[in-house]
Design a protein around this ligand. Structure first.
Ligand code: BGC
Length: 889
């Protein structure tokens, strides 16, 4: 019997205080039914007015097979209104409807400016020793005269905050309200605080640190107070009493403020906490705040106050230390065995006034913690004790680390049980898993996942450890197909895309910043192919993975502005050849101090991307029903493609220059004009790959494309050979060096264990992990055939020494799975199609595509032959060919 799982709304994990007034419901159906498709659904919706006064129920029956993001059938909800929604579905004609799903609730936040009755209140500016703003406390006593039925706290800050009611922290968010382009968008959070308030005396409080709002951001010393120079809070506690009467306690001049016990807290440099300054019970009713200062009221925020589209940053896991050891210099260092992002939690006791220092690094060099890659970032927390035992962790900073040097631990050294690492990231739902018979490939996949976790911290960032942590557009443009498979990224990335658009349109005259939020001085805001192209490609990738057309609609203006105004063109429409381009960033042959010096002409990269995004734009217009746009961009793409060919492709299909990256771009973006050109490109690519002895020759741009290009040209064994190689540069080389995350450079650590001398050397960068999409789609064998996974493509291509693989994805419709194993020449493939979906199965050695409905299906191919293994390198006759590491495997 088909069962319906609880309804979800829009892309929210938790639909409390959302910003969409007509929230589109989605549901998944489960059961063993074969070939089941939905023919209709019924939604039972009960609307509750604000303060639970009125209630209205209605049922809507719709003939449709849609079960993802269906239209909201009632009138739009207003601020504070909520709805309880149940669904039941019917399969083919004549079948009985399912049971109703258990009720789900959606509640609207504060949609308009008028909903806010509170004031933004600021603390006096107090500078720490390092010139940062010392965190501040805010508090307000209030009395509730009657029994409370429900209570909501709407809150945000200039800075990052934690809220408290009657001594208890509100909610489980960290680094709230998260980072947005604060000039235009400021997220507020909604918390259900019914259980925290009570009849009688109460206190609401907030602790605020500078975070992204006023803290130092950026390289070369960075910039302070980018968005403002005062720590402030905006809070509105709305109470509904048992008798349905309402009362609001908002931030205003009656609140008081003082310094926090945190002496300084900076995202890069770390946090210093002095327990002796802790004000016990400051957020409880019995506390007297006579000595606290008055707050000042600021103007109401000019940015749009909005409910977040994605989930908050949370503490998601804890990692226990693996070992504590002494370095050659006699320092005490703890090793967590995993490069991660977050902070330490310590349990310690010691004399009052005793200060312990914790310095965080990703790697060791010569046995000592390696701080050089952190550049201008201290990554140092200090804890000053008050003579008691304490469990402490920072709250207004974060670090990227595997190792922590601990200086001045009281009375000897810490033990393993004194320390743990707290892992934080945007708390997206995990949706993708992959495993195969090669342990090193599994480690690579794990490193890709850790690289993603550490760099999805409110915005998609480039690195979590040094003086950067910015939303580089090129990095996410390259990585998002992998990311969208592994986690439900939609809400987080769609929110970020809105920042990209608003900055581009309001400030940059169509140019898309290389970082979003754009905090860099204007000289960095140059149009950059592959980076700025995130304006078109990233919404497209979100559409492909989640099937939500709305993202294309929402971003359309930004896409057009980019193509019409932003791209710096020469007269014929191709990129201006004199502008600078980041190009195939971090080509392995680029010198350590010049990451853009790639083998592949950066203008070829730019022009290949231009044809691709113009073509995508035509597709997007078509999907949105914009016939004229589709035609215009379609013919423009064809015209640019012709110009590209004239400029770079010889009639016989050679490319100038011909590199792994250029050929992969031309194959992936369909830039050849004849099948014979494509054939000669395939053979050229094969030669280049073999001549490189299967080592990687691509930077950021070529890396996601090289293996798919080999696969697309029926050369999968070459792709496997590249994947499985362990010599530098390769995907597995870092693993031979003990990597537990993806590195920024192919050789962030050199084979002798020293760190790449380049000043830009992170050990936690997701871009080179973009190979994940090929692991999922080709080794794992699953990808969406149509946007949103309603039709699934199963096309596993076994190869190399991989003997089995298992891949699964929690799609918007339910779990998609593909598992295969190879024994002798017998290939067995088992696929799982969720209810209400269909699958198209293409097995190796046949062109036939088999269509299947929901359920589990098994296929066998006898006499499977993946091709010669290991493929041979092309040796230079004057040098010794490298010993083949796959001999005998
Ligand atoms: C970042 C990159 C980024 C690049 C572009 C670096 O500092 O870490 O990942 O894309 O700069 O300039």
């Amino acid at each position: 019997m088909v069962q319906v799982l609880p309804v979800t709304f829009e892309h929210h994990r938790d639909a409390l205080g959302i910003g969409q007034s007509a929230p589109r419901p989605s549901w998944k159906t489960t059961g063993d039914e074969k070939d089941w498709t939905q023919s209709s659904y019924e939604l039972k919706i009960t609307i509750h007015g604000p303060h639970a006064k009125e209630e209205k129920s209605e049922t809507f029956k719709v003939k449709s097979s849609e079960s993802v993001l269906v239209p909201w059938p009632c009138s739009p909800l207003k601020s504070r209104e909520s709805a309880t929604v149940q669904v039941r579905v019917t399969g083919a004609k004549g079948s009985d409807p399912s049971e109703w799903s258990v009720p789900s609730t959606v509640e609207i936040g504060l949609l308009g400016k008028d909903d806010w009755k509170s004031q933004v209140i600021a603390a006096p500016r107090t500078l720490s020793a390092s010139n940062s703003l010392q965190p501040a406390l805010f508090r307000k006593d209030f009395h509730l005269s009657k029994k409370v039925q429900s209570a909501r706290l709407y809150i945000t800050a200039y800075g990052i905050y934690e809220a408290f009611i009657n001594g208890t922290k509100v909610g489980d968010h960290v680094l709230a309200p998260g980072w947005t382009s604060y000039k235009y968008h400021l997220n507020y959070q909604t918390f259900d605080v019914t259980d925290l308030v009570k009849k009688g005396d109460n206190v609401i409080g907030a602790e605020v640190g500078e975070g992204w709002f006023s803290g130092r951001l950026g390289f070369n010393g960075g910039w302070r107070c980018i968005y403002g120079d005062k720590l402030a809070v905006l809070a509105q506690l709305e109470i509904t009493y048992d008798d349905s009467q309402a009362e609001t306690i908002g931030s205003d001049k009656t609140w008081k403020t003082t310094h926090s016990a945190i002496q300084a807290a900076e995202l890069y440099d770390g946090e210093s906490y002095d327990e002796r300054s802790e004000i016990l019970g400051w957020s409880t009713p019995s506390f007297k705040d006579d000595s606290w200062s008055a707050v000042s009221e600021l103007n109401f925020p000019t940015p749009k106050l909005q409910a977040p589209e994605g989930p908050p940053v949370r503490k998601v896991e804890t990692v226990k230390p693996k070992s504590i050891f002494k370095t050659p210099a006699g320092k005490t260092v703890v090793d967590f065995g995993q490069n991660l992002v977050g902070w330490l939690r310590v349990h310690v006791s010691g004399p009052s006034g005793h200060t312990i220092t914790f310095t965080h690094t990703e790697v060791l060099e010569h046995g000592e913690i390696a701080t050089r890659p952190l550049r201008d970032c201290k990554a140092k927390d200090t804890l000053t004790l008050a003579g008691k035992s304490i469990t402490w962790e920072p709250k207004f900073t974060f670090h990227g680390f595997r190792y922590v040097q601990i200086d001045n631990w009281p009375l000897g050294d810490p033990t393993l049980s004194d320390l743990e690492a707290i892992v934080i990231h945007t708390d997206m739902q995990r949706t993708g898993w992959f495993e195969c018979s090669e342990p090193m490939v599994n480690q690579l996949h794990q490193n890709i996942c850790w690289g993603m976790k550490g760099n999805f911290v409110s915005i998609p960032t480039d690195c979590p450890q040094r003086d950067e942590r910015l939303g580089w557009t090129g990095d996410i443009q390259i990585f998002s197909p992998t990311a969208n498979f592994l986690y439900d990224t939609f809400g987080m990335l769609s929110g970020w895309m809105k920042d990209l658009a608003v900055e581009q349109i309001k400030e940059l005259n169509g140019v898309v910043g290389v970082v979003v939020p754009d905090i860099l001085p204007r000289q960095y805001t140059k149009p950059q192919a592959a980076w700025s192209d995130a304006a078109i490609i990233t919404p497209w990738d979100l559409y492909t993975a989640f099937g939500d057309r709305q993202i294309l609609k929402d971003q359309l203006e930004s896409m057009k502005e980019w193509l019409e105004k932003g791209v710096a063109r020469q007269e014929n429409g191709l990129w201006d050849p004199d502008g600078t381009q980041l190009g195939d960033w971090l080509d392995p042959d680029a010198p350590p101090d010049d990451a853009g010096k790639a083998k592949t002409d950066p203008h070829l990269v730019a022009n290949a991307y231009l044809v691709h995004v113009t073509d995508l734009m035509s597709k997007i217009c078509k999907i949105l029903g914009l016939g004229d746009g589709a035609e215009h961009y379609g013919s423009e793409a064809a015209r640019l493609k012709k110009l590209f060919q004239e400029e770079y492709v010889t009639p016989n299909g050679r490319l100038a220059p011909d590199t792994m990256t250029s050929i992969s771009l031309a194959i992936s973006f369909n830039l050849y004009s004849t099948p014979s050109q494509l054939l000669s490109a395939a053979s050229r690519l094969s030669k280049i790959v073999r001549f490189s002895t299967f080592k990687i020759g691509t930077g950021f741009v070529g890396t996601p494309l090289i293996l798919p290009s080999l696969t697309q040209t029926s050369q999968s064994q070459l792709a496997y050979r590249m994947l499985l190689g362990t010599k530098c540069p390769s995907w597995l080389y870092p693993i031979t060096m003990g990597a537990t995350t993806m590195w920024e450079r192919w050789d962030s650590m050199l084979p002798d264990g020293s760190i790449n001398p380049g000043s830009m050397t992170s050990f936690n960068h997701y871009a080179l992990g973009s190979v994940g999409a090929w692991l999922h789609g080709t080794v794992g064998g699953i990808s969406p055939k149509e946007p949103g996974w309603k039709v699934i493509r199963f096309e596993p291509i076994p190869g190399g020494t991989v003997k089995w693989a298992k891949c699964r994805h929690e799609s918007p419709y339910g779990e998609v799975k593909c598992e295969w194993k190879l024994e002798g020449g017998r290939l067995q493939v088992v696929v799982q199609v969720p209810l209400n979906c269909t699958g198209e199965v293409k097995l190796p050695e046949t062109d036939e595509v088999q269509k299947v409905g929901s359920g589990v299906h098994e296929f066998v191919v006898e006499g499977h032959d993946a091709g010669d293994w290991p493929p041979k390198p092309l040796a230079n006759p004057f040098t010794d060919p490298e010993k083949d590491e796959f001999e005998g495997k």
